[in-house]
Design a protein around this ligand. Sequence first.
Ligand SMILES: Cc1ncc(COP(=O)(O)O)c(C=O)c1O
Length: 371
Amino acid sequence: MPETAKSRAASLAHLRSGDFAKGDPIPLPLTMASIFHSPGDATGYDQYGRFSNPTWHAVEHMLGHLEDAQCVAFPSGMAAISAAFFSLVKSGDRILLPSDGYHTTRALAERFLKPLGVAYDVRATSSMLDGGFAGYRMIFVETPSNPRLDICDIAAVAKAAHEQGAVLVVDNTTMTPFGQRPLDLGADIVVSADTKAINGHSDVLFGHVASRNPDIVARVRDWRETAGGIPGPFEAWLVHRGLETLEVRFDRMCSSAETIARRLKGHRSVSGLRFPGLEGDASNNLARAQMERFGFLISFELASEEKAEDFINNCALIESATSFGGVHSSAERRSKRGDAVPPGFVRLAIGCEPVEELWQAIETSLDRLGD
Ligand SMILES: Cc1ncc(COP(=O)(O)O)c(C=O)c1O
């Protein structure tokens, strides 16, 4: 029987039960240890905290179950992205990045890859296939792109990248494995900021790299062990706990986002609304074809910086905060983080509040803006 999102979700909380001995705790114990009892030869068990840790194993097992791939955990999303770059590209290589994705990925290429002799170009997500991929070692996409929510065709990009001998990396942060499955569509690597929906409680930074290619996984693991950017066991334990409720939270967040996006479309203060699930959105046709859900991010414009600030700060059920994917709905005016968007551009991240109450709070705050 093929694994579906529901069957993966159902078995997620029971992955450890096959190994239980009588009296073992059912919830995951937290192992805070830098050293382990290590007599005799040095293979096949935990020995030192930079190499491995039982709490990481458990969270990587869960992530691997969801991705249907090997997963390597990292202390942040950027640490996972750095691992994909630094373990796979070398001086003389050229890589392609999205011009409209998370800005720190481009900053990493500009400030740290370029001085090491790795060239990079940028291309808009919606036209990622235009111009082909000749000469590139790695194509990196983020779809939907953060914050404008444009989309590219992962299967078509994977095919074109492989024809040119390039590897395709997909940043799947905004979707999680329940919303979109880039490895099933032909991507070689998924990177994810598990800081967001995967942990889901806005109390931890975390990340992972997933791949079905054992050589890639070995290089990424080697990078982690050698460079030393390892996740803390306590952070891993919290992410393990967050993963146990991911399917429930993500389902609620995506369903609420669909309702709220449709209602925002009819509000007189809102323009430039983007949500991949909306009929008529530039991303909608492709989103229907390649995404399992439409996500929980919505973007739109209000008339000015002041109106956008007032909307966010006066809404009783929205926190003014960067980041997204937590149980609290939150929003941010993205031009203040340097994104190339108008001053009144708002990225709204839908959380887990009951949808009618959340919509009432959003509508009240929008209505207060006047004309
Ligand atoms: C799409 C995307 N990728 C990666 C990251 C980086 O994640 P972290 O802050 O955990 O390093 C972010 C953070 O906002 C993001 O939005």
